[in-house]
Ligand binder design. Sequence first.
Ligand SMILES: [Cu+2]
Length: 413
Amino acid sequence: MKYQLITQYLVLAIASFFTLVESQQDNNQQSYTANQQCDSITVRKEIRATSQQEWAMIRQVVTQMMRDGWFDWYGSIHNNNFNFVHGNSMFFPFHRRFVRDFEMTGQRYNPSFFVPYWDSAQDWQNPAGSAVLKSNYLGGNGRGSNNCVMDGIQGGATYNYPNRKCLRRVFNGQNGSIQTWFSPTYINNFVNTDKTMADFRSHIEFSIHGAVHLGLAGDMMEDWSPVDFAFMTHHANLDRLWAIWQQQPNGNGSGTLADVMDGPGPNGIQNLRVNNIITAYSDTIQTVMTLGTGLMCYRYDAISQRSSGPDDCIFDHVVDKDTMRNKDIYKNLCPENSKNSRRALKIVEVAQCVPVTSQYETTYCSYALEYSLKHYGSGDTAQIVNKHCEQFNYGMTQYCFPVANVTISVPDS
Ligand SMILES: [Cu+2]
């Protein structure tokens, strides 16, 4: 009871503290039209592709936002709405709106602020060894008996929601390692072949989404996980996957499927539709369906045909050895680069493919189960995941793993 009161008081205190800035934001919201093209577009880059100056700027903004209680604020919103925005089709629209909201708040501190995305599939084999978890980016595992994160962008940070604590991480592998995640090939398979939001959402939510939360653990395992900036970089990446899927012929953002949102929603909604309101916000799902319009004034560096600068078009892509011989594929993926061989660097993961094994299915299902048990208990959701796992069939005939990382350049066209 006391705990609840304190929590409520804190939320109220934080809420009233930000009334001023919020009313400013409300004014902004009144003046936008949902489908209107944005005047300027923020480009979200992979965290490792940010320049030194950009990362220093992001670091400064994040530090100020910590100080001013914004991480507590976003932690509380996520915590209070957790059950409505996970395990159903509200997952992608809510998190798109939520991360963009965080980004717009950061842009009040510095207009060039953006949320970098963490392409965690790159790190799937040895996540703890990722450059992203070193002290010059997000920092590593928690230390000491309280598992406090002591290095990186939030090194030594404390937050106040739901109570005053250091930021914690407890990597889920042995000896400070993190259990393997999901390879780019595995994830791209969902992006390329899923035909409904319900399928795409559950595949992504219970694979890469859950694995990163479980892998970092500590606060990332809690319903207030946005207190860790890793949350924002992780969800920006999931949002990027959605954006890529939306551009697929079968995705829910293009052509005749532009208005499609399917699968169950929160509060017992049988079939979510784009005119439903996004949980915790007053906008409809429609307002977040198209990047570059309304409040969604951002795009991802690697998936746009329009490049605002030569640095914007570096991407990583998994190919098998045969595909790698066919250099045309790179020009299609990143046409700007084919005009400028100096910038035409592509980081390519050379994959070796083997048939799917039951071992791999087991890994997927144990992640999915662990995550759903932790967050949704042993009720319906766990049963659904179980059933899902029994009928494991994602149309994937082979499972590819990287054997080498090579960098090649695309010849001038
Ligand atoms: Cu979430």
